[in-house]
Design a binder for this molecule. Structure first.
Ligand SMILES: Nc1ncnc2c1ncn2[C@@H]1O[C@H](COP(=O)(O)OP(=O)(O)OP(=O)(O)O)[C@@H](O)[C@H]1O
Ligand SMILES: [Mg+2]
Length: 329
């Protein structure tokens, strides 16, 4: 028996040194999709698995769900090493490409999903109507899913993941294929789930969504985790940059700014003079830019400091990982 107190804080997902090597083609060529990945997802958090295409996110999720077997390493869901049916009942899963029955109408599909996960007949209609409303599909309740747009298919996939009110949601690219309003709706839905005490693990390469939502993240790069932890700890406050907007600049000034390592973007806006947006790391760097601008009679329009964003972290991390890999493949 597990101690009931410890289950409150015990990780719902634990992955340790997980590896997956596929062998493809006649010559059994090896593809190392996941190479020694470890992370934990704690109860009540929104956890983001972030990484570029082909980084190993989906492969890791599939191993978690028992859809494919790890080559090496261990994993557990709700403290269980194997995804037994009782464990699966406690989670909702949105696959990367949701599989739906093309000829079933939205409400028929959800009724089928409800039956498969054991929701009693008298509750199924109420639950599926409520969930269709939450994902914004009430208007299409009687439409066969085969006639759905990509974004609508994504929403029905989300609806089936949420239908049985699971404790843990595992969503592989939940915002993919959605328009900006749809993405906001899904973000709100994820936050609502967390407020209701649920735990969410989702993959994405949309950095702004991850930054807005996640308590903690694991950044994947070529099958490895290159950064892991709370966003507040990962985004370095010392990696500050100053953005300085200048007008009435000259070519000579641009050359000098480039020589001191400033990043320059020329910005033309309708109804406004052309501006140079000059970005420079560190306080000393910013002072040098300002001194040069004043000496060359440019107009200083705006100065503001920015902290490191998730995009900076992502690029910094991917570049570092690539350099290390290239040095020691
Ligand atoms: N069944 C398979 N057989 C062979 N290689 C595979 C298989 N599944 C995935 N891979 C390879 O494993 C690597 C990781 O793929 P994966 O789908 O996990 O990436 P991902 O991070 O989810 O990418 P995306 O953001 O594009 O969804 C890729 O190089 C992919 O080609
Ligand atoms: Mg994927």
């Amino acid at each position: 028996m597990t101690d009931p107190k410890s289950t409150d804080t015990a990780p719902l997902v634990r992955v340790e040194n997980l590896e997956k090597t596929f062998q493809i083609g006649f010559f059994r060529k090896k593809v190392e999709a996941v190479r020694g990945v470890s992370f934990e997802v704690r109860p009540g958090e929104i956890f983001g698995v972030l990484g570029p295409n082909g980084a190993g996110k989906t492969t890791t999720i599939k191993m978690l769900l028992g859809l494919i077997f790890p080559t090496k390493g261990t994993l557990s869901l709700f403290g269980q090493a194997r995804p037994e049916p009782e464990v699966m009942k406690r989670l909702g899963y949105l696959p990367e490409n949701p599989y739906v029955y093309q000829y079933l109408k939205a409400h028929e599909f959800l009724d089928l999903c409800g039956r498969l996960c054991g929701i009693p007949a008298n509750e199924r209609k109420k639950k599926s109507d409520a969930i269709l409303e939450r994902v914004g599909l009430t208007h299409a309740i009687d439409r066969p899913i085969g006639r759905f747009s990509k974004g609508m298919t994504q929403r029905i996939g989300l609806a089936q993941a949420l239908l049985h009110d699971p404790e843990l949601l595992i969503l592989d690219e939940p915002m993919s294929g959605l328009d900006p309003i749809g993405r906001k709706q899904v973000r709100d839905l994820i936050v609502e789930e967390r407020k209701r005490g649920k735990t969410v693990l989702f993959t994405s390469h949309i950095l702004s969504d991850v930054e807005l939502l996640c308590d903690r993240v694991a950044i994947f790069h070529r099958g490895k985790v290159t950064a892991y932890g709370a966003l507040t700890d990962l985004l370095k406050p010392e990696v500050r940059r100053t953005e300085i907007e200048l007008e009435s600049t000259s070519e000579a000034l641009e050359t000098e700014l480039e020589a001191i390592g400033a990043t320059i973007v020329r910005e033309a806006h309708r109804g406004r003079a052309e501006r140079l947006r000059v970005t420079m790391p560190g306080e000393e760097g910013a002072k040098r830019v300002l001194a040069l601008a004043l000496a060359k009679d440019a107009r200083i329009v705006e100065v503001h400091e920015t902290r490191e964003t998730l995009e900076d972290l992502f690029l910094r991390d991917s570049n570092l990982a690539t350099q290390k890999e290239d040095a020691h493949p």
